[in-house]
Design a protein around this ligand. Sequence first.
Ligand SMILES: [Zn+2]
Length: 179
Amino acid sequence: MNRLDLLYNHRYLKYNDCIAVLPILTGAQNPVLRSKTKPIEKVTKEIKKLLKDMEETAKSAEGVGIAAPQVGRSERVCLAMINGRSAPLINPEITWKSEETDVQQEGCLSLPGIWLLVPRATAIAVRYLDEKGQLQERMLKDWDARVTQHEVDHLDGILIVDYQPEEHQTDRETAQPAL
Ligand SMILES: [Zn+2]
């Protein structure tokens, strides 16, 4: 092994060491999943690390989004797949929702095996801080809007089972990504 290999391996190990896949909390009655999160005051190193770990956790579970309560945390932060990219949303608030809604099947990493038809606004505006602590406001539509509404719901202690009576719950029928 030459010097470059050593250097590369060292970096690689260090990179892997500092990112963790976190356990995902499950269950519609889990008190952490049912608690409203608290906005954070500053985007600290610790928050950035939490977001990295959450991203890795979502990736390893093949989820397209994840919210802090799902990994047992109470900060108002989540990740949502927007435009095919995992976007960190810090202190997100949905500031506008279209009157138009549609109904699509959703799953949730915290409710394994449950897939439900959930009505959502087809377009939203969301205001949040990015990783640099900059205030952003974006208009989202269709799937991006749906994923973001699902994740922001998590930050308010709301789960997909809240949208439907139990008798309408179905087993996993089609392969949809979990959020
Ligand atoms: Zn979920």
